[in-house]
Design a protein. Structure first.
Length: 494
């Protein structure tokens, strides 16, 4: 085991692993192609300066802040980058010009991204709502930022609206022909846009729904009425409303005769005529496996809100599983494993347990290879069904070791997020994984890292840009929104 956060982590992890393990207790498909994817002001000195467009960003302040603002009860840290660091920083109320706080700059010698030193300005003690900026000798001032109440709830609502808007505008017709049979048309209205040209992808939809359900399952209080994020008044959390609406679109993408699931609705170009038209792409094992897993999970997560909807979901999951069974020679074992973890959890039937055991016998001790195995492992570990203790222990050790590596990298980084590949999609996935680890072993350090990731996405980064404004896919939106719900709960009662 490799749990290293503070002195007693190893013993604590072992005890919690044990605790968790006790509840841990037709037309043929085509195989998935090998290359299928998973998936203000700008101020540089204390004097007034001209505004600079973010999309060009020729220069930025040496004091980096969260441009979306800070919660009155949350952590508030600015990152200072300069060859020579100032010793003192001051927080200034923009409206009055008054200095409301001064403090020492804490030096961080991170040893990454060049040889500049980095410092932190911690102004967590400021809890009065308002607009502020930070200034320091030698390097000038930061951009303006707000401190306000319920910041994470407001941010979650803002980006939930953006997620919902993905299904508002579409160029495609209501009915679209099958790629392989133009005489058969599928009604494809609704659904999130997942790519260019109004593409709607089944796997992208399933991944986003799964992440919504993960957040709701592990941190239910963050999604309830008391969290202040329920506006529809129908008794169903707004984000689950979104997931259910997307599930309605997914129902349309299943071939009811074969049980297989169409891959996507996409714009293609006829090589002969050069004309472009929308088609429903053919059934694949990958789409069917993700669909099966998502419908099974939705069936038990939504049951208390809408039993009839739950029934429709498990029926859809059952026929998609039968399709996978009928085409096992085409199905990747990881795909079968992912579907089986959700089907077993939803039903408790031994046939699914057998598929899981067969897969884990050869793979439990391997590094997680993609979301299929990673997500399936988390589901298996958190199941209340009878499970193999040995496999659960190994999976838990692997997951926590993986997360600990990410946390150590974040702690050593000048920007307080994992070093290396800082693509937005990678960072958001890291954020979700750390949040799940926080559920497994509740730890303040994990919570701080989650918040640091959000600050990074909102402007406390090398380009001083609001990266979350560049999000384009449903799953990326969800991976940003769900941790915001989580953070809003953390600070709701303070």
């Amino acid at each position: 085991m490799m749990f290293t956060i503070h002195g007693k982590r190893k013993l604590t992890a072992l005890l919690l692993v044990t605790a968790m393990i006790s509840g841990c207790g037709g037309n043929p498909l085509t195989p998935t192609p090998a290359n299928a994817g998973n998936d203000t002001e700008n101020i540089t000195a204390m004097l007034e300066a001209p505004e600079i467009a973010y999309d060009k960003t020729p220069m930025h302040p040496s004091i980096l802040v969260d441009l979306k603002g800070y919660d009155v009860n949350g952590n508030k840290i600015a990152v200072i980058e300069a060859p020579i660091l100032p010793s003192i920083f001051k927080v200034v109320d923009k409206e009055s010009g008054a200095i409301v706080m001064s403090g020492n700059v804490k030096v961080r010698e991170c040893g990454e991204d060049g040889e500049e030193y980095t410092g932190n300005a911690d102004f967590t003690g400021i809890t009065e709502p308002g607009t502020y900026y930070i200034e320091a000798d030698l390097i000038g001032r930061s951009n303006d930022f707000e401190i306000c109440e319920n910041k994470y709830a407001l941010l979650a609502s803002e980006y939930l609206k953006k997620l919902s808007d993905l299904k508002v505008s579409t160029l495609m017709p209501l009915e679209v022909p099958l790629e392989d049979d133009a005489n058969v048309k599928i009604e494809v209205s609704g659904g999130w846009i997942t790519g260019e040209d109004s593409r709607k992808d089944v796997c992208e939809a399933c991944l986003a729904i799964q992440d919504i359900l993960t957040g709701m399952e592990y941190f239910p209080a963050a999604f309830g009425d008391d969290a202040g994020l329920e506006y529809s008044g129908n008794g169903i959390p707004d984000i689950l409303d979104e997931a259910m609406a997307e599930t309605e679109w997914l129902f349309k993408m299943q071939n009811k005769e074969t049980g297989g699931v169409y891959t996507a609705v996409s714009l293609i170009k006829d090589e002969t005529s050069g004309n472009e038209s929308y088609v429903v792409m053919g059934e694949t094992t990958r789409a069917t496996a993700y669909y099966c897993a998502t419908m099974a999970r939705m069936s038990y997560m939504v049951k208390k809100y809408d039993p009839e909807f739950s029934k429709r979901c498990i029926e859809a999951a059952n026929i998609s599983w039968k399709c996978l069974e009928a085409n096992t020679e085409l199905v990747d074992p990881a795909q079968m494993f992912r579907a089986a973890t959700e089907m077993y959890r939803a039903t408790g039937y031994g046939v699914y347990s057998g598929v899981i055991d067969t897969f884990l016998k050869d793979n439990a001790d391997k590094e997680f290879d993609g979301r299929l195995v990673l997500d399936g492992a988390v589901v298996y570990m958190s199941s209340t069904r009878s499970t193999n203790v040995k496999y659960c222990t190994t999976l838990m050790e692997n997951y926590m070791s993986r997360t600990e590596d990410k946390s150590n990298s974040a702690r050593a980084s000048r920007y307080m997020v994992e070093q290396g590949d800082r693509e937005v999609s990678v960072l958001l996935r890291n954020l979700m994984e750390i949040m799940v680890a926080d559920y497994i072993i509740s730890n303040q350090e994990y919570k701080n890292i989650e918040e640091d990731y959000v600050h990074y996405m909102c402007g406390r980064n090398p380009e001083c840009e609001i990266y979350c404004e560049g999000i384009t896919t449903p799953d990326m939106y969800v991976q940003f929104i769900v941790p915001l719900y989580r953070l809003s709960l953390l600070y709701a009662d303070k």
